[in-house]
Design a protein around this ligand. Sequence first.
Ligand code: ZN
Length: 585
Amino acid sequence: MRRFLIMIFILFLSFVCWGTAFLFNQPTPALPATSPAPTTSLTPTATTIPPSPTATITPSPSPSPLVAVPTFTATTSPIPPSQSFTVLYHPDDMLYVGDQVSFEVVSPPGFDVKDANLQVQVDPPNGPYLGPVNFSAWGIQGRDEATLLWAWDSHDQNPGTHTLAFSVQPQGYAWTEQVTLLPSSDMPPDQTDASWASTQTQCCTVYYITNTASERDLSTLTSMIDEQARLSIEEMGSNFTQPITVTILPRLLGHGGFSSDEISVSYLDRNYAANSWAMVVHHEMIHDIDGKLGGDFRPTILVEGLAVYMAGGHYKLEPLMPRAAALQEDYLNWYIPLKTLTDDFYASQHEIGYMEGASLIEFLVKTYGWDAFSSFYRDIHINQGESQSDAINTALKVHFYTSIAQLEQDYLTALSQESDTSAWVDDVRLTVTYYDTLRRYQQLMDPSAYFRTAWLLDNKTMRERGIVADYLRHPHTPQNLALETLFITANDQVSAQQFTNASQTLEVINLVLDGIEQGTSDPFSVSTLSADYLSISSTLQQKGYEVQSIRTDESTAIVYVTNSKEPDPIELHLARSDNEWFITP
Ligand SMILES: [Zn+2]
């Protein structure tokens, strides 16, 4: 049993990511669309983590125009509409003829789907069946859902509306939804032509998708990847020579990076994750090398702490101890006790967890030296029934003759002796608010991006099958663009230490999200700022531009945009007249 548990933990820790550690979602691709087939069970590795008791199931935002409101038809076991299943369609945004369409069917909260399976019939009564697949846990949240991956090959379908009949057995729940397949000729040309490509650098095999910002900036990115690999290998004292595989994603997933047996990092113009790309790469490289150096059991707090410590910060270069010191009672009073954090790392407040983990590593290295820390870190073991903090406690006793409780006391004393703490209070507070708001936005408006249930797939299989749409497409309604550019403005304000302005911008975003959540008719009207951002995003989208960043004052705006013909961002100047925005010469 112990060996089994260890294997599970090793499996768990082999999927660590920037901003969080991920378990790779790798459901077995659903069976081809034929008549009802034998049950096939999904095998996402996320089953190793039980759903957090505090986890909430994302309400179905589905602002996408492609899905009609589900219609529950009378069956043997009708369920109340408030208990409805949520269906998420992939690729996001729009569906075109030719897509390999996937479905995530999320069960209502508290609904027992153990041993249940889901099947879909396309255009009943004569259309093909997809599935059945069992309900299973998805992502590090362990959300109960049935995942039909690339189940509906739409190549031979007609454009237009199609009916999908869902049924959950053995309970007998059934409902129908309608989706629209757009003609493939409607797909933007840069998407039609997009495909996987690769290049070899000194350190790495780099995969990217053509017609994206990563292809445009490839030489800069590959130089950065080589430099970060060199630094990471040096820092970790390793001598690996086998190439690292890096996949560059054109959309934001989670906080911008993750690591499994390869590294994936998001690169996009409208990067509302507000991170330094070099640091994301550095963080993931450390995870990769750390994983290869091994260890019987590496606790999550130390794995993530080490990556942040080595990269010199989480989202940006930053001093670790002074920022962690700002969490203390006399300042923000946000400190999470070490045992609580260690035993439920990913359910804890994200930025605080990483801050404490990284500064704890710094404290350990400063106290005992790198070699002693490294020996301790690679010699942690866990027994059946033990928590991660138990495992750390035992190793601390063996290596340093101390306990986790004593370590925490010493660490807190060191934090209290930091002299620069008050200078970091605003920065830390806004960092936490920023990323809490970002995750709220993702849950409501781009659920595939939310880190605990992200639509993270097996990159290797995607390359083999030539599938790019799942990573290429993402919601880009004017509302999405307005909110993402508001995030970019808020981050610019944090970077410029305009903390009051940044707080106000984040407050505006939260008010808009409140309105969206409550279903108000015009959520962007809560402030001039949000109304302007929406108006500008919408106006420019109608002219074929996609906004990447916006700066407004009373009556003028400077906006960076891209379009499908021009790879580089273009600067546009706009002026307000009669409450509308116009491009000025
Ligand atoms: Zn990480």
